[in-house]
Ligand binder design. Structure first.
Ligand code: NAP
Length: 478
């Protein structure tokens, strides 16, 4: 086959792969079609890889085979062993490796040109794309590794803040840009090497320092932002090595990451700037109303026992379960499903109210409840459940705090004012499961826990639920 025909075939395969990527992404947007979407995207990736390998530019397959085997083994091991609950960490690592891969592609091209193997047709364009690949890839790599460490609790989830942090970060960014500009316009081999080394190192440092002041609870936003950056790095790498499908796939990852980041910021009613630079969750939150003044929260916490909780639930006909981060911590999803089934057998209608940012990753509650085989139809989104809340006999809040905090709806001085919440306080009785007086990620006290119709069922959520379930079981046995 001559070079022209093979180029046409390869580019056609790239177009097919790109169309399948877009279709796959679209199907991932709905639970019913998500599995097929994942499969279609996988097939698209296979087509892209095969087409790239058939490209006449490949001169030696040995290292490629080593890479393919190693990647396949690691990928299979992760798919088999990594738990659904560790997905945020997994995604963080994958983003990081995506960034690192792009950085290596950029560096390899730099040394190839420097070695005199190739002379770029458009030197400034090539240098600029190498610079962007390394800059974005480097920030993505170390930023993602830091996010991984926070999520895996290898590092504290608290934001790390120090005086002059913004100035330090701005100076680092400025130095990275300056090194890049000199690199792109300079033709001197020595200056090229020094500036290349400088911006590579600076971008790696910048990734770390940019994620430092962001709290563990905000990591999901950062991860989707880093995901977007890993896509942009891949896109830039696509320009460096002249690979069309890498450019398209990189753009798709980049834009979908931006959309997800925007959705999450909207669900928290916070801007991306606030997430990136405010150090949210660093210390007990203060009222915006005055210097160091805490939002006033009045009333008393009224504990309830498992037996009394059983009595309340036994009489209930409309029950809504509102899960939050604490359900993930206590791994209570299977017990929650068991309680829901018992309540249904007892004649109650049970719904699960899902807040878009409950937990620590987008769709965190959906994933946990799906793992426990809770039917999709029982999961109701925040906007759909809120109008029904006044008709609910009981709202069971399981380890959720910020996402049910009425201050977000009522207290204009609260840092979370304006964040959409599930209006648990409108239910006739509210039973809140938590271990003690711990605040949520925002560090704010929660007025919901002090309302006259709220009772606190203290303890680890899983244990507390098991207590209630055994009351139902002993009733059935007697
Ligand atoms: P939350 O506000 O962090 O509250 C979790 C609650 O769970 C705490 O009050 C804690 O109280 C309780 N808890 C912890 N372990 C428990 C256990 N073993 N058993 C029972 N209770 C337990 O959680 P949330 O209401 O789900 O809100 C999520 C927060 O993360 C929001 O501030 C949101 O903005 C933020 N966030 C989420 C995302 C996302 O993608 N999901 C993204 C960015 C930010 P005790 O310590 O007293 O038990």
């Amino acid at each position: 086959m001559n070079a022209a025909t093979s180029a046409i075939l390869i580019n056609s395969a790239y177009i097919v792969a790109s169309i399948l990527f877009i279709l796959g992404l679209k199907m991932l947007g709905r639970q019913a079609s998500a599995r097929r979407g994942n499969l279609i995207s996988g097939v698209a990736m296979l087509i892209a890889i095969v087409a790239t390998l058939l490209d006449h530019h490949v001169i030696d397959f040995r290292w490629i085979i080593v890479g393919l085997v190693a990647g396949t083994v690691i990928g299979l091991a992760c798919a088999y062993w990594v738990k659904m609950t560790s997905m945020p960490e997994m995604v963080a690592l994958l983003n990081g490796f995506g960034g690192l891969a792009s950085l290596i592609v950029g560096a390899a091209e730099f040394f190839r040109i420097r070695g005199g193997t190739v002379l770029p047709e458009r030197p400034i364009f090539t240098s600029a794309t190498i610079y962007l690949t390394i800059l974005i890839g480097g920030i993505t790599f170390t930023g993602s590794v830091y996010a991984f460490c926070k999520l895996a609790e290898w590092l504290s989830g608290r934001p790390i803040l120090f005086r002059g942090q913004h100035i330090v970060n701005s100076l680092l960014l400025l130095a990275t840009v300056l090194a890049g500009v000199v690199y792109v316009i300079s033709g001197d081999p020595q200056i090229l090497l020094v500036t290349f080394g400088a911006f590579t190192l600076l971008s790696l440092v910048l990734g770390w320092t940019l994620v430092m002041p962001i709290g563990g609870g905000d990591m999901p936003v950062i991860i989707s932002m880093l995901n977007s950056l890993s896509g942009l790095a891949a896109c830039a790498a696509g320009f460096v090595i002249n690979n069309n499908v890498l450019v398209v796939a990189g753009c798709l990852v980049g834009t979908s990451g931006v959309i997800l980041t925007a959705i999450m910021c909207k669900a928290m009613n916070r801007s991306l700037t606030n997430v990136l630079f405010s150090g949210f969750g660093a210390a007990p939150a203060k009222s915006a109303g005055g210097e160091g003044e805490h939002a006033t929260v009045e009333g008393e916490l009224k504990p309830i026992s498992a037996e009394d909780t059983f009595a309340v639930l036994e009489a209930a006909r409309q029950v809504v379960i509102i899960p939050g981060y604490g359900m993930a911590v206590s791994q209570a999803q299977h017990v929650v499903r068991e309680l829901a089934e018992i309540l249904e057998q007892n004649g109650a209608e049970v719904r699960f109210a899902i807040h878009p940012v409950a937990g620590r990753m987008p769709g965190h509650m959906n994933v946990l409840l799906a793992e426990a085989n809770v039917p999709y139809e029982q999961l109701v989104e925040m906007d759909a459940i809120n109008p029904l809340m006044p008709t609910m006999d009981v709202a069971i809040v399981i380890g959720a705090n910020d996402v049910v905090n009425p201050a977000a709806a009522r207290d204009k001085t609260s840092p979370i004012y304006g964040m959409p919440i599930i209006k648990a306080y409108e239910a006739r009785t509210v039973i809140c499961l938590k271990r003690g007086k711990g605040t949520g990620f925002s560090g704010l006290e929660n007025q919901l826990f002090l309302l006259p119709n709220t009772r606190m069922l203290y303890g680890d959520a899983k244990g507390s639920l098991q207590g209630v379930i055994s009351e139902f079981k002993s009733l059935a046995a007697s």
